[in-house]
Design a protein around this ligand. Sequence first.
Ligand code: NAD
Length: 240
Amino acid sequence: MAEMRNIVILTGAGISAESGLATFRAEDGLWENHPVAEVATPEGFARDPDLVQRFYDARRAAGLAAKPNAAHEALGRLDREWPRDAGHELLIVTQNIDDLHERGGASRVLHMHGEALSAWCTSCDARHRWEGTLRDQPPCSACGTASLRPDIVWFGEMPYRMDEIFQSLASADLFVSIGTSGAVYPAAGFVQQAAAQGARTLELNLEPSAGSRMFDETRLGRASELVPQWVAEVLEHQQR
Ligand code: NAD
C-alpha cells in the first residue's frame, strides 16, 4: 500500500441495507415500491405533496428506528483514529439521507443528497432539525408559513456542497466507493474524477456496480464484512 494522507469515501444505500433500510432499485426505478419520479422529483412534489411528505415521513421514521451496522461503526472508528494533524484528511461523502454514519461515530460526513432529519422552508430558506412528520403541514418556526419540505436533493436538483467534494477529490490519494450502484450522477462520476487526479480507487459492493471497470480494485461482499476488514488494513498500515 502506498503512503496515504487523504481519503475520500463515497457511500450509498448499500451500506445501510443491513440496518434494514431498503436500497433504491435502479433496475426498475423503484424506491420502497414508488417510482422515483413520483417521490424524488420537484415535479412529483408539485403533483402530489401529500404523497411525497408521507413517503419522507416514513423514511424519517425508519431511519430513526434503524441502528448503525458494523460498516458504519468501522467508518466511525476510521474517522476517530485517522490522524487529523500533519495535513491528513478524511471525508465521508454520503448519498444516504439517514444519519447512521453519525450514529456510527463518524464526524466528517457530508450529505450530498440532503437529510431525512432536516426540514427546509421554501419561504424563508431556514432549515430545522426535524424528527416528526411534515404531512400535517406544520409552520416554520422562523417565518410561520406552512412551507416546509424534506431537505432532500431530488432528481433534477443540485446536490449539496459539490465544491467541497471536488476539492477533496482533487487531493485524494485513495477514493473508496461503498454500497452504491453507480447509477446516480454526479456521484457516479467521482471515481473518474479522483482517478484522473492520481488517486487509487477501490470499490466495496455486493455486486459489481455500473462503473466497476473504472476502479483499480473491486471487492465483492456485504458491507458489514468488507468495510471492517478494509478499515483494519488501513489503520494497521498507517501505524507501521
Ligand atoms: P442504490 O440503491 O442504487 O444501490 C445500492 C447498491 O448497494 C447496489 O449496487 C447493491 O448491490 C449494493 N448493496 C446492497 N446491499 C449491500 C450490502 N449489504 N453491502 C454492500 N453493498 C450492498 O443506491 P445508491 O447508489 O446510493 O443510489 C440511491 C439513491 O437513493 C441515493 O441518491 C440515495 O439518496 C437514495 N436512497 C437513500 C437511502 C438511505 O438513505 N439509506 C436508501 C435508499 C435510497
